[in-house]
Design a protein. Structure first.
Length: 154
């Protein structure tokens, strides 16, 4: 494409044509981006440690304890594992540290509750740590599979 611009040097239109010419020359550069799409992992730039998370979350509940922090299932969220009065839970905080939410994070495509899956993982009971010294054994002690039943006699 050829652009023909007639410039009247004696006239006052030279500034106008120079401006138009500058726009045409520099216009392709206006589409430059700071990062290429998906070339920068935001977690590398943003950090959140337990002490900082605890200071931000204590505004909502004084009894909270931060157990673990990791990159969330969504690229702009931190997943913070907390404990309040012995109960473990999950909250999410954005990378700017201005918003938190507690609740279920679900995938639209397969309707999977990501938060519930994580809660199941962090609240899993290690059966090997259950003391069986005073247990009542029904059946063979050397059975391949064992079932532990808890009962409150009172």
């Amino acid at each position: 494409m050829m652009i023909y611009v007639s410039i009247n040097i004696m006239g006052s239109h030279i500034k106008y044509y120079t401006f138009i010419l500058a726009i045409l020359i520099f216009n392709p550069f206006s589409f430059a981006y700071g990062f290429q799409p998906k070339s920068q992992n935001c977690i590398k730039c943003h950090t959140l440690n337990k002490e900082e998370a605890l200071l931000l979350i204590k505004n909502f509940n004084q009894n909270v304890n931060v157990i673990n922090i990791k990159k969330g299932p969504v690229s702009y969220l931190w997943e913070i594992e907390i404990e309040i009065n012995g109960k473990k839970g999950i909250i999410y905080m954005d990378l700017s540290k201005k918003h938190i939410f507690e609740g279920s994070l679900m995938t639209i495509q397969d309707k999977k509750n990501i938060t519930q899956d994580r809660l199941t993982d962090i609240n899993r009971i290690d059966v090997s740590k259950i003391p069986l010294n005073d247990a009542l054994v029904l059946g063979s002690k050397n059975a391949k599979k064992k079932i532990i039943v808890f009962d409150d006699p009172d």
